[in-house]
Design a protein. Sequence first.
Length: 437
Amino acid sequence: MKLNEHIVKGIEKDISPFYYYDLKVLEETLMTVKNESSKYNYKVHYAVKANFNPKIMRLISNYGFGADCVSGNEIIHALKMGFSSNDIVLAGVGKTDREIRLALENNIFCLNVESLEELKIINNIALDMGKFAPVALRLNPNINAKTHHYITTGLSENKFGIPLTMLDNILDEIQTMDNIYLKGLHFHIGSQITDLTVYEDLCKQVNEIQIDLEKRNINLDHINVGGGLGINYNNPDDSEAYNVSNYFALFDKYLDKRPNQSLHFEIGRSIVGTCGSLITKVLFVKKGIQTDFVVVDAGMTELIRPALYQSYHQINNLSSLDESCRYHVVGPICESSDCFGKNIILPKTRRGDIIAIRSAGAYGQVMSSRYNLRSTAPALYSDGTKVGFDDKQLFPDSIFTDKDHFLTPARAARMKPTAGVWLASRVPGSWIQADLC
């Protein structure tokens, strides 16, 4: 990655740390995904949780992709960003009644259901609304995705999906539910998958399940195989690694799709992962006993993946071409886990150097926090625009909060002291009073 005028301007305006998104890289990826999926008439839903940045979301919707949502706010946001309700799916192991109602009110494509208990709730809500709920059963195929144990989702020990041993019983129950329309099956075995052979195992299971369902005269409208395709964190400029062409071709080869049956995918990381970098400035280089520490102004509050998943991100010094040295690259947060990389080889690094932490476009900015009362990092783009992260835009309070009960810190300061305390609410930037007994 090279230093460019937009990154320099961001540093000069003293807004470091910030996220930098290369829109050209994003559009090239979107075009590739669109072209490769179109060869087989596949339907791709973008996993909104990977990055719900408005500018990025609008670009993705312009390419005709659907949206894979895991909350009511994500549905609202996707609709605002131009995604069609007919192309939105709602997943998640714990949907609230409000989220289910929201999905049905907006006539989304499908709700991916993960338990009999959830199915009964959806049926009752649909009955109350006078609607039919389109659902797909998310099955847990007990497949090891060979990824980090925090992001494997298809093993029997994981909380996600319906065990295959319970499928017959649930199908019997569905026969008694007048407001459920079973239209498909859903799977998602994990994230950051780099061994594509695990998808061959998934296809074999899907084929066997379809045969069993047809014996019960159950014919499905669609199969949703989820996502999980990984990216190359070691070399973010290598576009050939784990490419989508091989990914889509594998399903065409191994999955026996029925005539008039559509195949759906939910991918996020492989779309937005490589287009984003976290740009940070070196505060100073701290002398260590064995290895010196490069202390930067970004931390785990801006990019938590290394601390949470022990993940590797390539780190580039954009300011120096000097001889190489070995460093630990760390942030300012009061946690020992606030480390972006140990024993990282970088050009000789000095105070004020600009550092790029690569492949941060997915599960980066969206997983940031205000821990240590840190400011929220803004986003800069390759077209020269700058956008802050506006909580009011991304978390509309018209659905999930009551304005009369939620107070901002500024409003709280103007009120008389009471015997209560102020607790952070579920809406970022808002506070709610709680009385102490």
